[in-house]
Write a protein that binds this ligand. Structure first.
Ligand code: GRF
Length: 198
């Protein structure tokens, strides 16, 4: 079963739902995040874990891990989740936390990847699905796809084209991880990564 973490509009969550993937629970750090409405419309369990509601980030993450486990989650997908996950959370789902990022990692990690790529004047950027470790967008890459930068691109226009790629790439990779889950998390990730970089 899949648990999704999202801080924003939730269009990647929607792509997972539209692909028929077994998402059972959606957690956010942002009360009122668009992702919550999408999850509610799909009849999924939702919960808000705001950073300010806990003594520290670790207790917040552990409360979130407990909640996800209670809902039978074994694979966690960060879909526009804008918080770093503490190692204590990652240890609860070893090798089973993935993230989608709007750049060709390791280029342009962090919260401003689209703006940073434009500012650097690169000819192409893209989308990456990767395993989450305790760094900022540093975990092993599972799949990437290139998106060319166009003359006169704005951050919004470029991000819209990257999002369109994410909406195809993320459900594909997650479906493969689910299909390979019986082989163990690490083996499943290696199998998915072997599919290559587009
Ligand atoms: C996506 O571009 C994702 O890569 C980034 O934040 C955006 C989230 O979009 N981390 P949405 O909330 O899924 O629409």
């Amino acid at each position: 079963m899949i648990g999704v973490l999202a801080s924003g509009a939730g269009s990647n969550l929607q792509a997972l739902l539209d692909a028929g993937l077994p998402v059972v629970a959606v957690a956010t750090d942002v009360p009122g995040a668009g992702a919550l409405a999408r999850a509610g419309a799909a009849g999924l369990a939702t919960a808000v874990f705001p950073a300010g509601g806990y003594p520290d980030r670790e207790s917040r993450d552990l409360a979130m891990a407990d909640w996800l486990e209670r809902h039978g989650v074994s694979l966690v997908v960060c879909a526009g989740y804008m918080q770093l996950l503490r190692p204590a959370f990652l240890r609860r789902f070893p090798g089973n936390v993935v993230n989608v990022h709007p750049a060709l990692l390791p280029a342009f990690p962090g919260a401003h990847a689209v703006e940073d790529a434009l500012a650097a004047g690169v000819a192409e950027t893209g989308a990456t699905v990767h395993l989450v470790d305790d760094g900022m967008d540093t975990g092993p890459v599972l799949r990437q796809e290139r998106v060319p930068v166009q003359a006169g691109d704005t951050p919004a226009a470029l991000h819209a084209r990257i999002r369109a790629v994410e909406h195809r790439l993320l459900p594909q990779v997650v479906a493969e991880l689910v299909a390979n889950a019986g082989r163990g998390a690490a083996a499943a990730a290696v199998a998915v990564a072997r599919e290559g970089v587009a």
